[in-house]
Structure formats: C-alpha cells, structure tokens
Design a binder for this molecule. Structure first.
Ligand code: AMP
Ligand code: ZN
Length: 501
C-alpha cells in the first residue's frame, strides 16, 4: 500500500488520542525499550514486543519507511538491592557478564522468531554505547542539570523541575510532590545526593561491581535510564516520532528519559509515547515469587498447573491480538482454548477463500448488498487499525468476513452475489491482514510439512546408504543430530520411520 492513512495514536504524554504527524513525511523513527538480558524472556515481555511488532508491521504496510530501534539492556539495570542484574546473574552462574547477556539474548531472539516478530532495524546494546552515554552525561552537566559527587553524577531533578514546570511527572501522570518524596534509583549512597528525587546518570564503581568503564568522573557505569536516551538520540535524532514500552516503564524509566533529553539538548525525545498494558494470569499480575507465572515453553508443552493442554505459538499470538494493546490481558486456559479455535477458524477461512473460484460470467455487473457489506467490513478492519492499532476490532471484522467466505464456499451465496473484483480484493486483504499485519503463520501449512517430508526422505536415504556400507559412525551421527533437533528415527521390522518428539 503506498497511500498513507490517517492514524490516531493514544499518546501517554497528553493522555489522549492524537492524529499522528510524522516529523519527516513518509518516515517514522520508533524506539522501543528492549529486554534486560539477565533471565529468560517471559510471556509479559513477549506481549509487549508482539504488540509493537504489529504496530511496526502496520506502519510498514500503510507505506511508511520505518526505522525501528529496539535495544538490549546489558548493563545498568539495578535490582532493588542496588546490584546490577547482569553482574548478579553472572556471579550466581560463575560466568562472564557478557556470557550471561549472550545466552539470554540468543534465547530472546529465538522466542521472537517463534512468535514470528520481525527483527528491528537496529538492535543496539547498552554496553556497545558507553562513549555516547558518557557524552550525554557531559552534555547534561554542561547545561547545568547534573552534578558530581564522589565520582558519581546525579541528575538534578529539583532544578530541572523549577526551570521546566510541568514536564517531570507529565508522562506518568504522577503528582510532583509524590515524585519528590523518595528515591528510586536503587542506590545505597543516597546521602550524596542533593535531594532524594535526583537520580544517578553515572555511578562510581563499588568493589563488588564488575562491569565498569573509565569516565571523566570515575571508573564506573551508566545509569539504566541513560542508555535509551543516548541510543535513541544516536540512531533517531534528538526528537523522533514514537517511543514505546510496557506501562511499568513510564516511571521512573521513561520519565527520566524525558528529563535527560531535555537536560542534554533542551528537547523532548519523542513526540508520541505508546505504552502497552500488562499481562495477567488468572486475573492477577504475573509474578514469579508467588508462583502465578507461566513461561512460553510451558505454554508450548502444556507443562504447567495453569493450563490443561499445550498451545501453539500462533494460537498464543492470536490470543494476544484479540485484546487492544492498552488493555490488560488475562491469560486463562479457557481464553487460550477459545483463541486456538478462533485461530483455526481464521486459517480455515483463509484457505477456503484462496480456493474460491472467481467466475466473471456469473456476475451481471451491478453492485450488490453483499459487495457493499464486504467492502464496508474491509474498511472497518483498516479503520480499527488506524484507531490506535485496535487489533481486536480488525480481528472481529476478519471473522465476519470469514462468514461471507463460508457462505460463498457452501453456496449459501451464489457466486454472482459478490462481484469478482470484490472477491479478489477480499483475497488480497485477508492475506495482508493475516500474514503481513497480524504476523500469523499457518502452522499446518502443507508446503512446510511437504518440505520436511522431502528432506527427511533424503536424509534417511543417506543413512540407509551409510548403513549398507557399514559406515556406522555416519549412520549414528545422522540419528543423533536428528534427535538433537527433536526428530526420532526408529529402525523397525517394517523399515525405518521417524516422528517429531
Ligand atoms: P524488562 O526486560 O523487564 O526490561 O522488560 C522488557 C519489556 O517488557 C518492557 O517494555 C516491559 O515494560 C515489558 N513488560 C514487563 N512485564 C510485562 C508484563 N507482565 N506484561 C506486559 N509487558 C511487560
Ligand atoms: Zn528504555
């Protein structure tokens, strides 16, 4: 699609829906806070990244050139005890922090592939941008919004608030007095600060810190909030179009990003702030500590007390699409079962539609009520997406369109009831929504399983040849490698067979 549509986005800055105006017509810069790679990505993270994936896909579909930056946080995100999450993970496992980061980054990428999310245009790592962060600390100090104490540098929230009334607190909607009341940067040496609300942008290393760099102030490390300010500025400019993340990041992370950018260059980082809502499990916040949690592999295998069976990645993605990204989403076994059925229905309608004959001779040329209804539903699906990316509405429209497909297939509607060009348009739109915008995949695709069958035939032929030549090493290796990828080879009386574990 080349023509761009009018988009309305809910901007957390104003708390309202606004008509989207890009800074440069036709182009969008979008930054989304990525994962902190100190543990396996959880389902809540996946919801947020899947939501921004659909947003990215839709922006591309309606013709924007999008630079999508999603970072990897591998330093500076402290625990409540003031310890770096990466370093803590590394100490526990007796690994280098970068080994921990690499391990969980690979796991994160695997999970993003399983959920069929598109890779971002740039995926910068915090540890790869220490000079940019040091420069930004210096810029903030030069403009008078940060001060040094014993080798650490603190953002001066009080001064910033006096000179920019109404800015600090606007994004998270918090009352400034509340924000000023306590410290939230996880540091123990609070007495160094002018005020508890000030936050560290550079921290002097303590003896236990192992991820450290030289800076003009001390050997230390950057504050967590700084990485996103420095990397978004580097790749998208001082002010860019869209900044996203989960709504638990509004405060302090995003609020501090706004302060840092204003402090460094006098400008707001993003024009539109988009926040996803949280994923719940059985009506309660997912939490590892009280056992109310489920991770993606458990969903795929069914090994969890919270579910009665396994669910495929696309059934879970469909489940997520059924809710608007700003609504909370409650994972329940019933909800997943309904989503599994809904996903199957959608794919069945898609497959039926592709096979529908389009016979121009049946049509007398005049527009029918069914033509109008189908075209209106297609426009409603688009308008749902234009209205702050409302996937719930778009999915409902597709489901209604599926009803027309079934009526045409079982001849409740004659082929002359719908104009050939309307059927062609329906085919294109269905394909576009299901695969390009919603990012779903046909998990039972004949093409895929046909390819696997063909490959397995070839591999088992090679193994049979090896065995015929008594090359047991090669034959065992083929069996073992297949086992590693989850395919079990069985040598039975009737020959060789295989199955997926
Ligand atoms: P983290 O790795 O904790 O920095 O989080 C990565 C992203 O996942 C952030 O945008 C978080 O806001 C988001 N996130 C964390 N928990 C949840 C949840 N339960 N539901 C939805 N998004 C979440
Ligand atoms: Zn961030």
């Amino acid at each position: 699609m080349t023509q761009q549509r009018v988009l309305k986005l809910h901007n957390s800055l104003s708390g309202k829906k606004e008509i989207f105006q890009p800074i440069v017509p036709g182009h969008i810069g979008m930054y989304v806070c990525g994962p902190t790679v100190y543990s396996d990505v959880h389902l809540g993270n996946c919801r947020t990244f899947a939501s921004f994936d659909v947003i990215y896909r839709y922006l591309l579909h309606i013709g924007y050139k999008v630079r999508y930056v999603r970072n990897i946080t591998d330093v500076g995100h402290l625990t409540d005890d003031g310890e770096d999450r990466m370093a803590k993970g590394a100490k526990v496992a007796q690994l280098e922090p970068m080994e921990v980061a690499q391990h969980y980054t690979v796991g994160f990428h695997d999970m993003m592939r399983i959920f069929n999310t598109l890779p971002p245009s740039i995926e910068p790592r915090a540890t790869g941008h220490i000079p940019e962060q040091i420069d930004m600390v210096q810029d903030i100090m030069d403009r008078g919004y940060a001060y040094e104490r014993n080798g650490s540098v603190y953002f001066n929230v009080i001064k910033f608030n006096q000179e920019h009334p109404g800015v600090y607190g606007q994004l998270s909607g918090r009352v400034i007095d509340e924000l000023m009341a306590e410290s939230r940067d996880g540091l123990k040496n609070q007495e160094e600060k002018n005020h508890p609300a000030d936050f560290a942008i550079w921290m002097k290393a303590r003896p236990q810190d192992i991820m450290v760099w030289k800076s003009p102030w001390s050997v230390g490390f950057p504050g967590w909030h700084l990485e996103c300010s420095a990397m978004s500025t580097k790749y998208l400019g001082q002010t860019f179009d869209i900044h996203g993340g989960g709504n638990d990041l509004k405060f302090p992370h995003h609020e501090n990003e706004v302060a840092q950018s204003n402090g460094a260059c006098g400008c707001s980082p993003a024009n539109y702030w988009l926040h996803t809502n949280m994923l719940l499990l059985n009506g309660k916040k997912m939490s590892k500590s009280d056992g109310n949690t489920i991770n993606p592999p458990q969903l795929f295998t069914g090994e969890s007390e919270h579910i009665s069976k396994s669910y495929s990645p696309m059934a879970v993605r469909f489940f997520m699409l059924q809710a608007h990204y700003r609504s909370t989403l409650d994972i329940t076994d019933d909800g997943l079962q309904a989503a599994e059925k809904g996903f199957k229905k959608l794919m069945d309608a898609y497959n039926t539609l592709q096979k529908l004959p389009v016979d121009a001779r049946d049509f007398d040329g005049s527009e029918t009520e069914h033509d109008r209804a189908i075209l209106a539903l297609i426009e409603d699906a688009y308008q749902g997406m234009d209205d702050d990316f409302n996937t719930a509405i778009a999915l409902a429209c597709l489901s209604e369109l599926g009803g027309y497909v079934n009526k045409l297939a079982n001849k409740q509607l004659a082929s002359g009831d719908v104009a050939p060009w309307v059927i062609e348009r329906l085919k294109t739109v269905y394909h576009t929504f299901v695969f390009d915008i919603f990012g779903l995949k046909d998990e039972e695709s004949k093409e895929d399983s046909g390819t696997v069958e063909g490959l397995m035939e070839l591999i088992l032929d090679l193994r049979a040849n090896a065995r015929a030549q008594k090359d047991w090493v090669a034959s065992d290796k083929i069996r073992d490698v297949l086992a590693e990828v989850g395919i079990q080879v069985k040598d039975g009386k009737e020959g060789v067979s295989w199955e997926k574990n």
